[in-house]
Design a protein around this ligand. Structure first.
Ligand code: FEO
Length: 403
């Protein structure tokens, strides 16, 4: 049975949802599933925009056959070769012998790496600014390298003013029948997954995302069709502004996120005491996370969201407690920058975590490390009350500075 939806008079969503996959890229938990979007443009020539993950090939075939209604595919535009969108390229080349693959030089090379390379006469090689006319529709190809792989390109349909945006403007989360942003409450139900998707998947490539946003700004875009998550046909500025902020590494909220590691609860107690003290001083929307039980992708998303990060960490094997060490490595890998950080360390006999975290933070760009660090020997004592208060106050003062 087909499951399709009309995007416009000529364009059909032939994508699929996956709620059985636990880990996207075998890394990221997706409790709300994920959608793999694919779009069919029915014109004089029929064009398919990307394919599907292997897990959804059966459903995809039914969707395609229904939407094609006996027609064949003339062009397959491959905007991104990652297998969640390109698993069916080889099979479609076999199934539709007259179909040509449209891609740039890197795309075609990668097709040859994943599958048998298509013959030259079955490829349409495009570069920045090239167009493809399919009858009523004219497609413009815009290169978007490293958003999220080097071969990525996006496609602007000048006829309907639609940007097919590849991974850009995507999100985790399966589509529950409602494929359009105005059919869901995005701010309530989707933004956390969208932030987690962006920051963890393309967070590293802020410069390249900025380059794409600049190119997109020159186009009159009425609709965005990404490869994951809802199609945007209203309030585009809201989502574009989020991407602009994330890719410039600017925080969305002037708020405090406290992330702690704790073997037996003593460092957790310090984190809780600090949160309580900050609340006494009037701060709201404070977030506290245990690095051992919160997935690192959620921590990264929160670090991208908030302006002020407190790391509280015990010394372990003479070094940084592993969940916090992993987080610091991921922060570096994903180019986290422009944050204010306050540091708490704990050690029972040779506390070294604090010093080592400072070294790791120095490897990140534009980190404002607050001067006063709080050191705890095993457990926070009543005698440290005043010290805790001063530590909390410097965070409050720093937050106030930016207002
Ligand atoms: Fe959704 Fe980079 O693939």
């Amino acid at each position: 049975m087909h499951i399709t939806r009309k995007v416009t008079e000529d364009i059909v969503w032939v994508g699929c949802n996956d709620r059985r996959l636990n880990l996207f890229e075998n890394l990221f938990p997706i409790p709300r599933g994920v959608s793999y979007n694919s779009y069919l443009i029915l014109d004089e020539k029929v064009t398919l925009m990307d394919t599907m993950d292997a897990s959804a090939s059966g459903q995809f075939k039914e969707n395609l056959e229904y939407a094609l209604d006996g027609r064949s595919i003339d062009y397959l535009v491959v905007q991104h070769m990652e297998p969640d969108h390109a698993a069916n390229v080889g099979e479609l080349l076999d199934r539709y012998p007259q179909m040509k693959v449209v891609g740039n030089a890197k795309t075609i090379q990668m097709i040859g790496q994943f599958f048998d390379a298509p013959e030259a006469e079955r490829t349409v090689l495009v570069k920045e600014g090239d167009t493809l006319n399919t009858g009523k529709h004219t497609l413009h190809f815009v290169m978007a390298p490293m958003v999220h792989w080097p071969e990525v390109m996006v496609t602007y349909d000048e006829t309907e003013k639609i940007l097919f945006s590849a991974d850009a403007f995507g999100t985790f989360g399966a589509l529950n029948g409602n494929i359009f942003n105005d059919e869901v409450d995005f701010e309530k139900d989707w933004i956390k997954d969208a932030r987690r998707y962006f920051t963890n998947i393309v967070g590293k490539y802020g410069v390249q995302v900025q380059a794409l946003l600049k190119k997109a700004a020159a186009l009159d875009i009425q609709m965005i069709c990404p490869l994951h998550g809802p199609v945007w046909r209203s309030d585009l500025g809201y989502f574009i502004e989020k991407h602009d902020k994330w890719s410039r590494y600017e925080p969305e909220d002037r708020e405090v996120v406290i992330i702690y590691g704790s073997l037996y609860g003593h460092t957790e107690q310090v984190a809780n005491a600090l949160a309580s003290r900050l609340a006494d001083k009037g701060l709201t929307h404070i977030s506290v996370y245990d690095a051992s039980s919160t997935h690192i992708s959620d921590l990264i998303a929160e670090i991208f969201r908030a302006s002020h990060i407190v790391l509280a960490c015990p010394t372990y094997n003479g070094g940084i407690y592993p969940p916090i060490e992993n987080l610091l490595s991921d922060m570096k890998a994903l180019s986290v920058q422009k944050r204010t950080v306050a540091l708490i360390d704990n050690g029972s006999w040779a506390p070294t975590a604090g010093k080592q975290i400072v070294k790791k933070l120095e490897e990140l760009k534009d980190i404002n490390l607050l001067e006063m660090q709080l050191s705890v020997k095993s457990a926070l004592k009543a005698g440290q009350e005043e010290e805790l208060d001063r530590f909390a106050q410097q965070i409050v003062d720093s937050l106030a500075e930016g207002e």
